[in-house]
Design a protein around this ligand. Sequence first.
Ligand code: ATP
Ligand code: MG
Length: 347
Amino acid sequence: MEKVILTGDRPTGRLHIGHYVGSLRRRVELQNTGDYRNVFIMIADAQALTDNFDNPEKVRSNITEVALDYLSVGLDPKISTIFIQSLIPELTELSFYYMNLVTVSRLQRNPTVKAEIQQKNFEASIPVGFMCYPISQAADITAFKATTVPVGEDQLPMIEQTKEIVHKFNEIYAPVLVEPNALLPQRAACNRLPGTDGKAKMSKSLGNCIYLADSADSIKQKVMSMYTDPLHVQVSDPGHLEGNTVFTYLDAFCKPEHFGRYLPDYANLDELKAHYQRGGLGDVKVKRFLNSILQEELEPIRTRREELARDMDSVTELLRVSSLKAREVAGKTLSEVRHAMKIDYFG
Ligand code: ATP
Ligand code: MG
């Protein structure tokens, strides 16, 4: 079977380095392998509205921000179709049919949704739309017959839910839908990059992010004030790596050649970690090293972003045209779904 990618992000803010290591970096690599018949990248505005329904301006204004982030990391619109979710009403119709195949208790068991309900203080009253977003995500994935969904670890429950819907649909109606597989980042540290505050996940909604668009000064300031090891008070104290955000970021970003360039006293990350654990290595030195690495990685992205932002008309036109193309593909799947469900009354 030909391989197809579908993945996306919610336009709830600019994209950050958690997105970069968790998904964006991999998408660009996959796009460039030429192994995929189609790569669909979705700006999930309808999903963003499920928990931002009272702030439509936020969602609207971040659509072009996310598009700029995509283009600046190297997603190539000639290969990848970058589209806006709400411009594809077929996705809403698919979601509606899939709702019959999922129970309320199954939705309530989703660990990611559970955690988000807590984080958003929705416990007392959960909007139905928010509760159902895993179903709408299944519609997004299956509408494009995606085989491969490159995502961070927090999305695994959504892929599981999608597989269940695919099985049930194909069993009851006809084998129309394709079962997708999640593709997780290769390095464990990238699965769920923590925030600069040491909290479990860097997230637009938590304000603990280093954004792809951040200035060099802002990156430096964020790195230098990052959460490390509260027990590591004096330089001579032994340091701990567990939960130490600076070292987690090094796990995600550091390559062997960085040592030659920025920290030639050490041969590799293991040596640096060992010294930190022994004691005698200060946080400031490690933070400076991380800052150099991040500056090197993010500088070309920021520069390209600034160039692209000078011609926003091209960016919006690209979104318009690509969304039409995506709609055609989703429309074909919806026709097959309607046929399988025997609701294709007039041919
Ligand atoms: P929000 O707070 O609005 O949910 P978010 O920062 O969680 O925003 P999403 O748009 O929900 O971002 O996630 C888009 C993709 O990025 C998903 O594949 C998700 O797994 C991945 N991702 C998000 N945050 C991280 C992170 N901190 N580390 C690794 N991957 C991440
Ligand atoms: Mg999220």
